[in-house]
Write a protein that binds this ligand. Structure first.
Ligand SMILES: O[C@H]1CN[C@@H](c2nc(-c3ccc(C(F)(F)F)cc3)no2)C1
Length: 331
């Protein structure tokens, strides 16, 4: 079995949403695929009105295939301290022609103000590893873990694009979606994340390769690229107008600064993925400004590197849960 679904970026590629069908008859919601968490949760009719702001709601009572998991609950907090919580139902879920008939669907009773404000986002599909699922008293499997046994191959792939729709595929690798070879690197899933080690980085085409092991996670749900302080300093040190601006909470530079280099990160076997300098001018710090907030920021608040969308949209990535490895390719 296999599946394929288009993902669409919101403005500034802040997050990528995909259509998902839940229940019988099908209820279609737009969900955020997040490889950095492992809960499948949705805005639902259980929410208080004050927490809803245009989102599409999953109504388990309108689904003939929904069964409430009595006595089960969930509560999750994300890196930005946003959170959600609620009850759990089993129901059928289809993503891009791939159906899981008994998916644990976490129906929200409460969401934090950040989720209420994000009116396009109807919930998250966590495709990390199930050991960090928050459902109590017994954690539940992710959509991919439920689908995996029936798939042609135990992999899903992410093809995110800059300012354009991309695609998530389940159960197969589309050899037309990338160029060159796929370089596989081992994953340590013990923390529930797609954790891997990059051998180093290079700033610009002329810079030398800096061999320094960078431990981090591949996280489709994080917008930016969060790297060790020293790497940020090496990159921004090459941009004439760049500075760390405490009032903005990060590095900023003039959006059109022609000294902005590309950024390369090593994956393995000598392969490097090139992030165009243009991706690193993330967004204007305010409409009248000529300065941009950097797409690369320090990971000092996190404790490990997060390869978020700024990096992922420069590559074709294979999340190989069958062999616990990540595959990286240029495109
Ligand atoms: O926790 C880590 C796991 N992956 C990262 C992630 N963060 C979110 C998120 C999405 C939407 C919102 C909100 F709508 F603005 F509230 C907040 C956070 N989704 O994945 C961070």
């Amino acid at each position: 079995d296999r599946g394929s679904v288009q993902n669409s970026p919101k403005s500034y590629d802040v997050e990528y949403l995909m259509p998902v069908s839940l229940g019988t008859p099908a209820q279609q919601l737009n969900l955020d695929l997040d490889t950095g968490s492992s809960d499948f949760w949705v805005f639902s009719t259980l929410l208080k009105e004050s927490m809803i702001n245009g989102q599409t709601l999953y109504d388990p009572n309108a689904s003939t295939t929904a069964d409430k998991m009595e006595g089960y609950s969930w509560k999750i907090t994300y890196g930005d301290q946003s959170y959600s919580s609620g009850d759990v139902y089993v129901d059928t879920v289809t993503i891009g022609d791939l159906t899981v008939s008994t998916q644990a669907v976490e129906a929200a009773r409460e969401v934090s103000e950040e989720f209420t404000a994000d009116s396009d986002n109807d919930g998250l599909v966590g495709l990390g590893f199930g050991i960090i699922n928050t459902v109590m008293p017994y954690k539940q499997k992710t959509f991919f873990e439920k689908a995996m046994p029936g798939l042609d191959s135990p992999v899903f792939t992410a093809d995110l694009k800059s300012g354009a729709p991309g695609r998530y595929n389940f159960g197969y690798i589309d050899d037309g979606a990338y160029t060159g070879n796929i370089t596989y690197v081992p994953v340590n899933s013990s923390d529930g994340f797609w954790s891997w080690v990059s051998p180093g980085f290079q700033v610009g085409t002329t810079g030398s390769f800096n061999s320094t092991r960078i431990h981090g996670i591949a996280d489709t749900g994080t917008t930016l690229l969060l790297l060790p302080e020293g790497v940020c300093e090496a990159f921004y040190g090459r941009i004439a107008s760049a500075k760390y601006d405490a009032s903005q909470g990060g590095y900023t530079f003039e959006c059109n600064d022609s000294t902005t280099p590309d950024f390369y990160f090593g994956t393995g076997n000598g392969q490097m993925i090139r992030i165009p300098g243009s991706y690193l001018a993330y967004s204007k710090i305010d409409t009248s400004s000529l300065r941009c907030f950097g797409g690369m920021q320090s990971d000092s608040g996190v404790g490990f590197t997060i390869w978020g969308d700024i990096a992922l949209k420069a590559a074709f990535i294979v999340f190989d849960q069958g062999s616990e490895r990540l595959g990286w390719a240029e495109k």
